[in-house]
Design a binder for this molecule. Structure first.
Ligand SMILES: CC(C)(COP(=O)(O)OP(=O)(O)OC[C@H]1O[C@@H](n2cnc3c(N)ncnc32)[C@H](O)[C@@H]1OP(=O)(O)O)[C@@H](O)C(=O)NCCC(=O)NCCS
Length: 205
């Protein structure tokens, strides 16, 4: 059963924009929303959905051709995501993590986020507790900021007291999203994966 989190109390309404963020809500991955999830992925125009931040365990397993973007098998992704959320069938070195979608009243998916329930060495240094992405057509309207507010509450429910969120130094939108959520920068590191400078922020919950 998808957990449905009403978030309207936490949403700030940006009246000048065309999306009323109060109509958005956060759910865990849901098997009834294949069409909406695939539409979300197609907007990114990437060959591999694993490139979409915060897609979490939806992007492991057998890829299938689907239009211009290769999508992984949706239902396998749902099963895998649910397993990983309870720490079942985790690949070596992975920690339990829950994947959430930000949806509107018509069940369009606007954003995805993956909340790691604990940190390992890699996450402590580079990955952090949370990865997230908003689809291109929904950006600049407060989605990420509001999503992260709700993710903070969900993380607190899971017993996390300080949330580590990282972003590339040149990713201004992500940095502002983190700062909007109370992120305090600890330091900068050079990513062992990309060679880019990454900023590490902590958010007290
Ligand atoms: C980063 C990302 C999640 C932001 O999503 P979003 O819904 O557009 O963010 P919001 O509308 O909540 O805006 C957050 C802040 O960023 C600012 N912002 C948004 N887009 C921006 C842009 N292109 N350039 C500079 N600032 C930007 C907003 O003004 C806002 O700051 P403010 O409150 O000071 O005005 C989105 O751009 C994205 O999905 N990018 C690709 C994936 C990614 O980078 N994920 C994060 C990995 S660390």
């Amino acid at each position: 059963m998808a957990r449905n989190i009403s978030a309207s109390h936490y949403f700030l309404y940006k009246a000048s924009l065309n999306m009323d963020v109060r109509s958005l809500r956060v759910i865990e991955v849901n098997e009834t929303m294949q069409k909406q999830f695939e539409a979300f992925c197609h907007e990114f125009k990437v060959d591999d959905p694993a490139e979409i931040h915060g897609i979490g365990s939806m992007a492991e397993g057998r890829p299938v051709e689907n239009g211009t973007t290769r999508l992984y098998d949706f239902f396998e992704g749902i099963d895998r995501s649910r397993d990983h959320a309870i720490g079942k069938n985790l690949p070596e070195g992975w920690v339990p993590a829950t994947t959430y979608w930000l949806i509107d009243n018509a069940e369009n998916v606007h954003a995805t986020a993956n909340l790691r329930h604990q940190l390992n060495d890699f996450l402590e240094l580079e990955g952090g507790h949370v990865g997230y992405a908003v689809k291109p057509s929904s950006r600049g309207q407060g989605c990420a900021t509001q999503f992260l507010h709700v993710i903070k509450l969900l993380a607190h429910d899971k017993g996390i007291s300080r949330l580590l969120v990282t972003c590339d130094k040149d990713n201004i939108a992500s940095r502002r999203t983190i700062e909007n959520s109370g992120g305090v920068k600890e330091n900068e590191i050079v990513s062992g994966l990309t060679g880019k400078t990454k900023q590490r922020f902590w958010i007290d919950l």
